[in-house]
Ligand binder design. Structure first.
Ligand SMILES: Nc1ncnc2c1ncn2[C@@H]1O[C@H](COP(=O)(O)OP(=O)(O)OP(=O)(O)O)[C@@H](O)[C@H]1O
Length: 290
């Protein structure tokens, strides 16, 4: 089923055209990564899909309706932003109870959500005392109370360290398992590759790429990543069971990137950078983004 349809979608801010005639479709159950450099138009696109901005021309349909004017479409969408807007001095429980009551639900509807995302231990914690990664996770759980069919996330991992970023990525994978369609914008394309089904690349307001991740990358190389770490010796010790090759402070690894990141960070190794050379060659090249 088609969840989002854009046809010649154009957005102008005054005289400035931020998005030029974009056409694409998003199918139910996808995780779409919107990638592109700063100023590419990612936030503008997310806000058009969310119905927070009005298109200048062209068509945008979400669940077959115009998200700007159709309440039913808006009701099925949740938006997660880059920073927490939750009230800092309330507990997780207080915030969730308020939100639940807004949608005619009670805590007994919300508690299973917390359990599903392994967040029950934070129930009595104040928002201000949570780590940035956990705050973001709670924000995602919060966005699920209304039972959305589509979750939009605009740079949800900005300002997070690598371990927290993967915590958030795993939360998106869990959403997919619940049948929710997810659209995430980010400039960290390499990392998103490990969880996304599709990549939508934009640069300078123009759609450069929209395809499934599996057609983008040769299967045999798909799961090959380069991870730059602060302490190579520690990282090698933490890499038992993984197929690695070491060059300088860079480790080439084949396999599940999320598992590898967990293994390193749990042993105190700090990850400085992750890249996937195939992605960089094929996507960045097509985006004209160096
Ligand atoms: N309200 C606005 N008025 C005028 N121009 C705007 C407005 N919002 C965004 N723009 C411009 O539109 C272009 C796209 O901005 P947008 O925020 O969508 O890009 P982005 O890819 O999300 O960038 P970033 O990663 O830096 O947030 C940029 O050139 C930006 O300066």
């Amino acid at each position: 089923m088609m969840i989002v349809e854009a046809k010649d979608l154009t957005k102008r801010y005054g005289d400035y055209e931020a998005l030029h005639s974009l056409s694409f479709e998003v199918q139910e159950g996808s995780i779409v990564a919107i990638v592109g450099p700063n100023g590419a138009g990612k936030s503008t696109l997310i806000r058009l899909i969310a119905g927070m901005l009005k298109r200048t021309s062209g068509i945008i349909r979400v669940f077959g309706k115009d998200p700007w004017s159709d309440y039913e479409a808006q009701r099925r969408i949740s938006l997660v932003l880059d920073r927490t807007y939750l009230p800092q001095f309330l507990t997780v429980e207080e915030v969730l109870r308020d939100m639940a009551s807004k949608f005619g639900k009670t805590m007994s509807d919300v508690v299973p959500l917390l359990e599903e995302f392994s967040a029950s231990v934070f129930l009595k914690s104040k928002i201000k005392d949570l780590s940035t990664g956990t705050k973001q996770k709670i924000q995602i759980i919060f966005s699920l109370i209304k039972d959305p069919s589509l979750v939009l996330a605009d740079e949800p991992t900005a300002n997070l360290d690598i371990a927290s970023r993967f915590e958030v990525y795993n939360t998106f994978l869990e959403l997919k398992e619940r049948g929710v369609t997810v659209i995430i914008s980010s400039h960290l394309a390499s990392e998103l590759l490990s969880i996304s089904t599709h990549l939508l690349g934009i640069n300078g307001g123009t759609l450069k790429y929209m395809n499934s991740v599996s057609t983008l990358i040769r299967d045999d190389l798909m799961e090959e990543f380069y991870v730059v770490v602060d302490n190579v010796k520690k990282a090698i010790n933490a890499s038992a069971g993984f197929k690695i090759k070491v060059k300088g402070n860079e480790i080439k690894v084949k396999g599940d990137l999320a598992d590898f990141v967990r293994a390193l960070t749990s042993r105190g190794v700090r990850i400085l950078y992750i890249r996937n050379s195939i992605l960089e060659k094929s996507v960045m090249g097509e985006l004209g983004w160096k």
